[in-house]
Design a protein around this ligand. Structure first.
Ligand SMILES: Nc1ncnc2c1ncn2[C@@H]1O[C@H](COP(=O)(O)OP(=O)(O)O)[C@@H](O)[C@H]1O
Ligand SMILES: [Mg+2]
Length: 1052
């Protein structure tokens, strides 16, 4: 640990439970901070203790629930799940778009989105550093970020082509720069820094890529179980027959020495064939034309052929190469260089001494070394050329100011059993990035303190600057010493380099070698090893190959040859190396050092975001959490260091407004509203909560809280209080809703009422208008009712007609006899009315007639006869009309049987009791008068007193008065026979009618005035006189006549 100590920061972390539960309120804080509701803790900064065990346990807990992301402040820790999780889709992107970091569970999209919005808001540049071991998910992470921007940034057709180019640069660079290794089937063998440029509207308008240290050695050598770069296999698997023919290739990777050393050309997880198609398509998208594409494939093929160039040993043991060597011919052919010169370049070194040139032949080993060096050089340069072409195609030439987000996908710390020059460079790179992180974080922290006016409290952490210096310091650093050894004349070897190191580094605390180590350490070191104590741990390097790799030499004559290549790409690449320059090119380490320096400068000018990727297990299996492996990575990625730096000062800080807004409910003075400045409100609040003075600091705009536990206690109290608050809010809200609902209903009711009234009023108005019209028409019609039918009166008349007919319907006469009931017709209907009237009577008559029985008919016929005889003639007739005629007035039972016996066969037609006045003296004698078919009989008891044959009946006379005397005039030849009969009968009209009918003597009936002459016997005559008086009487008058007095007829 170095300097910068603030002991009290750590010393107060243990002990009592923060003192927050003291006092009245049970305290409490934010962030359940969404976090604690989830599995584990979302932000390691809020971890109670900053131990590795606690860190690991939290990570494990979350990983077991597929929560692969966790924050350390704004740094994102990502654990490779080795399985597809459903959290990288469009919906998730939408969820995270524009949302603040802490509001949602940790996600790579949250980080990408926050960087983007910070960039837009502040118009500042940013970078996202993605680091981690090979296979930890760095490249996947960078792709996810790129996809997020591709989807979430505004887009236009033009922008889409830029976007496509950015996305499509990936398959090309992966084909040429990625390979299957033991750790990752798609391991990036180069470092990549990609700038995405945005205009002020936030549109992605361009991009730029910087590449670092391609692992060229892979072109000529692969470890067992690893492959060369993907492109070689892709071209052999996917290349069309024509193409292969043109390149002199056979579709069999086993034929190429550069592809067979790892002995695993075929990998199940890699589809070389379909990747080949993607690469070809991508090449088009990034604007590489057909000619260059051909050259590119020519180079790939030439490397394969170069690997197959075999040397023969001549008699002196020097390397010889047959001009006819097929592989050599293909190389010369594809690279467009002279075969002879190529053969020479691969077997001789040309040394120019003043004016002379001396050719020195190579040993066999040397020739192979030169061949491989050429292959590596060609491939390495081509890769750089590709990156440049991609950059040209993504370049944005618009001069307006842009901001960028850089994506750094770079190899993480590497520790193998045997570590060589490459690991040295890579680990050095990680030291530099750690240094950068420390500087940026501390800077940011310090700036915040300054801005908030809080006294800077130095932070305790390990500063790795000492290691960076050890490696890179001018003249004294490892790289300088290495370069010196490389350039030194004489027999410099890897071991002399180690000796020089030991001399110079003698007592450096981070450097150990076999010679310098104490006894115990020495046992763990070989003689050719040196060990560096990196910030992330110890790494032992084996010096073998350091010099060669650092030199990366290519002899001059070969370089010259390449500059004449007919393959434009090769020519271009080698020409740019400035072959005329006599100066030695910079060594690899120095180049790398300067590129890192440049990178550091680039990054220092930007705001940093970090993603640390962890591998969950070595076997790439989902769901496995290899604790040892992860602990190791936590260490190498410096996560604990990072956490400590973050936690060194205050674990939690928030703007006063935000803090107050969240926790104001915890203090009566701040609830529901705090009217003063938020800072004062927060002070009142935390004092009410009982914070100790050393637990927090009040900045200019933020409150700083030292320990997470203080925050948690506050959050717990808030959780509790939330329920209460919730029910209060609920009640209020319900009230509010109900009130609103009521108001709404009331308004609705009023509205409906108004509408309804309107409707009614309009109806009424229409009705009145209609009525006025109708009345007016009615009056007009009335006034013109007498005229011919015109428009004015037609309706009126129709109304009158209808009205009359309707009324008539209810007032029709009910009986045929009713001749008076008939509604008077209006003028227009007089004629109709008359017709109707007649029709109606006809109808009634018809009905009546149909209803009459035969008896009644007979009765009527008789009444008709009676009428013809007496109507208007005899005064008592009218009273008799209504009295029906009976069939007979004496039933058979009332006729003496003897009489019946005597006349029974004559068929009795009618019988009636009468009073007979004697012919002499006019004494009244009661008799029965029986009418048969042929004669009338006068019966007294059992005797027939007189039989009058109808043939003898001469006439029937009655008076015109109201009396009931009837006289039958009878002729008789026999003078002794009784003659006329004077009878009184109560049924006078009935008797007279029946008799006249039965005897067929209607014409013989006479109605007489004054008196009737009667013949008695022989020639004897008498008279019946009629007069009127007070009392009806019949008596024999003094003159011997029969006097009949009748009462006066009542007037009808
Ligand atoms: N977020 C992820 N979800 C699922 N699988 C992943 C994820 N990240 C990485 N992987 C798996 O791990 C492999 C290695 O990832 P990669 O990004 O190539 O590692 P690195 O670039 O760190 O070497 C990928 O091919 C993929 O199978
Ligand atoms: Mg990668």
């Amino acid at each position: 640990m170095q300097g910068l100590t603030v002991p009290h920061l750590y010393s107060s972390c243990s002990g009592d439970s923060s003192g927050l539960c003291r006092g009245q309120v049970e305290l409490d804080m934010e962030g359940a901070l969404t976090a604690r509701a989830q599995v584990g803790i979302q932000d390691f900064v809020l971890l109670d203790e900053t131990t590795e065990a606690a860190f690991l346990s939290n990570l494990k807990k979350r990983f077991s629930k597929d929560l692969i992301y966790t924050y350390i402040g704004t740094l994102l820790v990502s654990v490779n799940p080795y399985k597809e999780l459903d959290i990288f889709n469009k919906q998730q992107m939408d969820v995270y778009m524009g949302v603040n970091f802490f509001e949602l569970p940790p996600h790579i999209y949250a980080l990408a989105d926050n960087a983007y919005h910070a960039m837009l808001a502040e118009f500042s540049n940013h970078f996202i550093l993605i680091s981690g071991e090979s296979g930890a998910g760095k490249t996947e992470a960078s792709k996810k970020i790129l996809q997020y921007y591709a989807v979430s940034c505004p887009s236009t057709a033009l922008l889409n082509t830029v976007r496509d180019k950015m996305l499509m640069s990936n398959p090309v660079l992966e084909a040429f720069g990625n390979a299957k290794t033991l750790k990752n089937d798609n391991s990036s063998r180069f470092g990549k820094y990609m700038d995405i440029q945005f205009n002020s509207e936030g549109d992605a308008v361009g991009g730029h890529i910087l590449n670092y240290l391609l692992e060229k050695s892979r072109v000529v050598h692969q470890n067992h179980g690893e492959r060369n770069f993907h492109i070689f296999y892709q071209i052999l698997e996917g290349g069309e027959e024509d193409l292969l023919h043109q390149l002199g290739l056979e579709r069999d990777s086993q034929r190429y020495i550069y592809l067979t050393q790892g002995e695993c050309a075929i990998v199940p997880s890699i589809d070389d064939n379909s990747n080949w198609k993607s690469v070809k398509n991508a090449l088009q998208v990034i604007d590489i034309d057909a000619v260059n594409t051909n050259h590119l494939f020519g180079i790939v093929a030439s490397v394969l052929h170069l690997g197959n160039v075999k040397f023969d040993s001549d008699s002196k043991g020097q390397a010889a190469l047959n001009n006819n060597n097929a592989a050599l011919r293909w190389v010369s052919n594809l690279l467009g260089v002279d075969a002879h010169h190529l053969q020479e370049g691969l077997t001789y070194r040309k040394i120019e001494a003043k004016t002379d040139q001396v050719l020195t032949p190579f040993t066999m080993d040397h020739a192979v070394y030169v061949r491989d060096a050429l292959a590596k050089a060609i491939y390495g340069h081509t890769f750089t050329w590709l990156v440049n072409r991609i950059n040209e195609s993504m370049e944005n030439t618009d001069p307006s100011k842009k901001t960028v987000i850089g994506l750094l996908d770079i190899y993480g710390f590497e520790v193998f059993n045997v570590n060589s020059f490459e690991q040295f460079c890579i680990n050095y790179c990680n030291e530099k990035l750690q240094q950068l992180f420390i500087q940026l974080t501390l800077k940011a922290e310090q700036e915040e303190y300054e801005a908030e006016d809080i006294e800077w409290e130095p932070v305790q952490f390990f500063n790795n600057k000492i290691i960076c210096d050890l490696v890179e310091e001018r003249h004294r650093g490892i790289i300088s010493i290495l370069d010196e050894e490389c350039l030194r004349p004489g027999d410099a070897t890897d071991l002399t380099f180690l000796e020089r190191l030991e001399d110079k580094m003698g007592n450096h605390p981070h450097f150990v070698s076999h010679k310098l180590a104490d006894k115990k350490t020495r046992r763990t070191l070989e003689r050719g090893d040196f060990r560096l104590l990196h910030y992330a741990g110890e790494v032992t390097y084996c010096v073998v190959g350091f010099l060669d790799k650092n030199n990366d030499l290519l002899y001059r004559n070969i370089k010259d040859l390449m500059c004449q290549s007919k393959n434009a790409i090769v020519r271009q690449c080698f020409s740019s190396m400035d072959p005329e320059s006599r100066r030695r090119p910079e060594t690899v380490a120095t180049q790398f050092k300067s590129s890192l320096l440049k990178l550091t400068e680039i990054l220092m000018a930007k705001e940093a975001w970090y993603i640390r990727c962890l591998k969950s297990n070595e076997s790439r299996k989902p769901g496995q959490f290899d604790e040892a492996l992860i602990r190791h990575q936590i260490k190498y990625l410096g996560l604990m260091e990072h956490l400590r730096v973050r936690r060194a000062g205050f674990a939690y800080r928030r703007k006063y407004e935000v803090f107050l807004q969240r926790y104001k409910a915890l203090c009566p003075a701040t609830w529901p509203h705090w009217s003063g400045p938020p800072a004062d409100g927060v002070l009142v609040l935390v004092q009410h909560l009982g914070y100790f003075p050393n637990e927090y600091k009040m900045g200019r705009t933020k409150i700083f809280i030292r320990h997470p536990r203080t925050l948690y206690a506050t959050e717990d109290a808030f959780e509790k209080c939330k329920h209460e608050l919730a029910s209060r809010l609920q009640a209020k809200y319900k009230g509010y809703r109900a009130k609103g609902e009521f108001k709404k209903q009331k308004e609705a009711a009023t509205k409906i009422e108004t509408c309804w009234r309107g409707v009614q009023a309009r109806k009424e108005r229409d009705r009145r208008a209609w009525a006025v019209k109708v009345i007016r028409q009615f009056i007009k019609g009335y006034m013109t009712r007498g005229q011919a039918k015109v428009t004015d009166n037609s309706e009126y008349l129709a109304f009158v007609r209808q009205n009359y007919l309707n009324k008539l319907k209810g007032n029709l006469p009910k009986t045929v006899l009713d001749k008076t009931t008939w509604l008077d017709a209006p003028h227009v209907l007089t004629e109709t009315s008359e017709i109707l009237r007649k029709l109606h009577y006809r109808l009634m008559v018809r009905k009546y007639v149909r209803g009459i029985t035969p008896q009644k008919k007979e009765q009527f016929q008789m009444k008709l006869i009676a009428s013809s005889m007496f109507k208007g003639k005899k005064d008592s007739y009218p009273q008799s009309v209504a009295l029906p005629f009976a069939d007979t007035r004496i039933s058979d039972q009332n006729i003496n049987p003897r009489v019946l016996q005597m006349i029974g066969n004559e068929h009795i037609k009618y019988g009636v009791p009468v009073v007979k006045y004697d012919r002499n003296g006019f004494k009244p004698r009661p008799r029965q008068l029986i009418l048969t078919k042929t004669a009338a009989y006068m019966i007294e008891e059992a005797r027939i007193k007189q039989r009058v044959l109808y043939t003898n009946l001469k006439g029937i006379s009655v008076s015109n008065l109201t009396d009931s005397i009837i006289v039958l005039h009878i002729t008789c030849e026999d003078p002794k026979q009784k003659r006329d009969l004077v009878l009184q009968c109560n049924h006078l009209f009935e008797l007279a009618t029946k008799l006249s009918i039965i005897a067929n003597k209607q014409s013989a009936v006479r109605v007489v005035q004054g008196s009737i002459k009667i013949e008695i016997q022989g020639d004897k005559e008498n008279t019946v006189d009629f007069s009127t008086g007070q009392e009806p009487m019949v008596f024999k008058a003094k003159n011997g006549h029969l006097m009949v007095v009748a009462t006066r007829a009542r007037p009808r």
